[in-house]
Design a binder for this molecule. Sequence first.
Ligand SMILES: O=C(O)CCC(=O)C(=O)O
Length: 267
Amino acid sequence: MTMRDMVAAIEEDEVAAFERDGAAVVRGVIEPRWITAMRDAITDAMSDTDAAFTTRGGFYNGFLHWRRNAVFRDFLLNSSLPDIAQRFLRAKQVNFFYDQLIVKQPGLPSATPWHLDSTYFPTREGKVASIWIPFDHASPTSGAVTYFKGSHRWVRDRGRLSVEQFVRDLPPPGSEIAEHEFLAWTLEPGDVLIHDVDTLHGAPATGPTAQRRALATRWTDQDVLYDPRDDDFFHMARNGGLPIPAIALQSGAHLTSELFPIAWPRS
Ligand SMILES: O=C(O)CCC(=O)C(=O)O
């Protein structure tokens, strides 16, 4: 069975669980050859001092590597990733939105705080999903993303919320959401996590001895529109001095452009 066949075999109940819970795991859908190629490309990307990146303690955070590194571009557009995005978004068209490389070094503080991706996206309407791809073993105590199950429904019901508002607006203990569960999985390279970008999530530091390399990739469906704000991710990164390209889109335009290419259907 090819990887594409494996993606095609993703069961309806897996997609339904993603829609219900806001996140899901998909096992064994990245071919080993991509893992090998991407590990080398990540090493190159991290030594590219002109790339858009920030570092904090043991945390490397780089953006838009696909624009600078042919291996990233090939992986993002020609691996099974566009098919996975299409399947879980039930999309007629998928655009690639952006990549974020997050590498955590052992023995240094590198936890990712709870956050909602959608609060810093220049988008509205449609559906946006993130596929998180580990290139090392990752567990709920060593670098794997953890989700607050069902939290995407809160954002849907209440509109755009900051994390502070989100946590403050949770009903008091004893009410139904206090019974929430966290979703977390142990992953090996080849497995991916997919989450709705309205789902509250965070991640622990890596373990004491092992580096944790992961690529967060964002994908939009055909209904997503460009909605720039002063505090969206692209504006903030550019204002912070990162080499983020200008976005030649009018507010309200569909995303399809040189910066946000169509990834599915494949050309
Ligand atoms: O890898 C991490 O530590 C965090 C990833 C994340 O927040 C994301 O994929 O949106």
